[in-house]
Ligand binder design. Structure first.
Ligand code: KIV
Ligand code: ZN
Length: 540
């Protein structure tokens, strides 16, 4: 690819770096659902995972490569440490995609070399060309990252990058792995690379960054001004620690402030041509899907996708917005797909109307999934007068959490009140269909439900987060519950929505427990913290 594609390429790493957030692990169906939505959103590259991590990660990347990658679709990318085993496994996983990329990396900062890799600079300079060339022998599209680039000696960085480009890397990625750099420093670093790496014109410059100081998006925008043309980001900014640069913030900054950024692309100030290929109207839906499936709740005041991002509470603001939106609003909510809730369906709506609405929302359900979704819709319509798009989204996200279900919730019954001891009766069935019932008393109805579920499931854990919010407005609105459980230091989340929050809590708890059970014993490697064991570089 040419150095400057003339616009910004969006490389989404929600399914790789985003999924590295504690408790955000996703099952295969959930990853597929997110990957399909990312394709609808129009990202250029989907980093689908780290295939060497485990059989589960490998299968997820492979399925995404089979089903989401296409001639016109996004590039499907897999991450690999700079080792032959990782790269080969990554290649096998991404193989089914017509447009595929291997992303390989090694750390370049002295602190990582000394304490993590225990390698000298000379050793790194030998590994990089060997591994990039190996990856290039398998695929045409190779990306190379210098992990912890922001804390690396720039002179050493230039040497590493030159070797990576000479060995066939078409994209060079500069990560701020620990979220340490500031915007002007990042701009200077990108400028320095452009000026000091002789063959840099043969590669696209990319940036990747974490948000430990809340500067990731600002850093990236400065990098764009200095020639970076690929941005690695995640939906809702999820990721390790404080997360990654948020896709929606980057895309909307480049959209809303296009006339400011145009000059850095050699365009006229007024040029209306978008700076990214993202369909901004898909942003809200993508954000909700990722939040529901990862259990990572979006803070209400989060830019672009927080529930308050377009709400005008104060009287003065409301008055101003009513007179002229531009007084207090820089983005029309419809640009990010936040329409006024369309009240479209109800109790009498038939299967074809429901299917058509799901299709309009971008969910192309197969026969079995549609049957299940329609049954859930009917059940909801018996309890709720108007079914909105948000309700339909909640139904779909509920469904993709189910396939590996070890425990299925059959009955939840609660009695509580000011003079009663909250008591829950629960029936669960296992994969063989055997049912078991028990009752428990708790400090409140949800506590009673959790105690009963724990005694039936027999899977010790600690409940560390319980949050409820309403999907839509109105007395009959569905309540969304997100639950996070901890066992052996690992987090597992579950999410569910129902018009009855106690039922939603029970189902969310079961979803989290199912996740806990299915990942128990599935050791998975961490691409950055687990160092490659086998020596592969030539003897130095
Ligand atoms: O933060 C980081 O450095 C990474 C690399 C593996 C690209 O995630
Ligand atoms: Zn990262």
């Amino acid at each position: 690819m040419a150095k400057d594609p003339g616009r910004v390429l969006i490389f989404d790493t929600t399914l790789r770096d985003g999924e590295q957030s504690p408790g955000a692990s996703l099952n295969l169906e959930e990853k597929l659902a997110i990957a399909h939505q990312l394709a609808r959103l129009g990202v250029d590259v989907i980093e689908a995972g780290f295939p060497f991590a485990s059989q589960g990660d490998f299968s997820a990347v492979q399925r995404i490569a089979e089903q989401v990658g296409g001639e016109e679709g996004p590039i499907i990318c897999g991450l690999a440490r700079a080792s032959q085993g990782d790269i080969k496994t990554c290649f096998e996983a991404i193989s089914p995609a017509p447009r595929r990329r291997i992303h390989t990396f090694i750390a370049t900062s002295d602190i990582h070399l000394e304490h993590k890799l225990r390698k000298s600079r000379a050793e790194v300079l030998a590994i990089v060309p060997e591994m990039v060339a190996y990856a290039r022998s398998l695929v045409d599209d190779v990306e190379f990252s210098c992990e912890d680039a922001a804390r690396s000696d720039p002179e050493f960085l230039y040497e590493v990058i030159e070797l990576a480009v000479a060995s066939g890397a078409g994209t060079i990625n500069i990560p701020d792995t620990v979220g340490y750099i500031t915007p002007s420093e990042f701009g200077e670093l990108i400028n320095g690379i452009n000026k000091n790496v002789p063959n840099i014109d043969d590669a696209v410059l990319s940036v990747h960054g974490h948000n430990d100081l809340g500067l990731a998006v600002a850093n990236f925008l400065e990098a764009v001004k200095n020639g970076a043309r690929q941005l690695e980001c995640t939906i809702n900014g999820i990721g390790e620690r404080a997360g990654n640069a948020a896709l929606e913030e980057l895309v909307m900054a480049l959209h809303v402030r296009r006339s400011y950024f145009n000059k850095f692309f050699g365009r006229d100030f007024e040029s209306p041509t978008p700076l990214t290929a993202v369909r901004t109207e898909e942003i809200t839906k993508t954000s909700r899907l990722v939040s529901n499936l990862t259990g990572m709740v979006v803070q209400p005041n989060k830019a672009i996708v927080g529930t308050n991002a377009f709400a005008h509470e104060s009287g003065i603001h409301q008055d101003g917005v009513l007179k002229n939106r531009l007084t207090y609003e820089i983005i029309d909510a419809r640009t990010v797909g936040l329409s006024d809730n369309r009240i479209s369906l109800g109790k009498l709506s038939g299967r074809s109307a429901v299917r058509a609405r799901f299709e309009e929302l971008g969910y192309d359900l197969n026969r079995d999934d549609l049957n299940e979704a329609f049954a859930r819709f009917k059940d909801l319509a018996d309890r709720k007068r108007d079914i909105t798009d948000r309700d339909l989204e909640a139904i779909v996200s509920e469904q993709v959490q189910q396939p590996d279900a070890r425990f299925v919730l059959r009955l939840v019954q609660v009695s509580c009140g000011n003079t009663l001891r909250p008591t829950a009766t629960i029936t669960l069935s296992n994969q063989e269909g055997q049912e078991e019932t028990t009752s428990a008393v708790g400090t409140g109805p949800v506590d009673a439900v959790c105690r009963a579920l724990d005694s039936l499931a027999g899977e010790p854990n600690e409940l560390i987060e319980f949050s409820v919010k309403s999907v839509t407005e109105g007395i009959d609105a569905m309540g969304e519950v997100t639950i996070r459980l901890r066992r052996d230091g690992k987090l597992y989340s579950g999410h569910s929505a129902d018009t009855d929050v106690v039922v939603a809590a029970a189902q969310a708890y079961i979803n989290a427990l199912n996740r806990l059970v299915s990942s128990a014993g599935n050791a998975s490697l961490h691409p950055q913290r687990d160092v490659v064991k086998v020596e592969h570089s030539p003897t130095l």
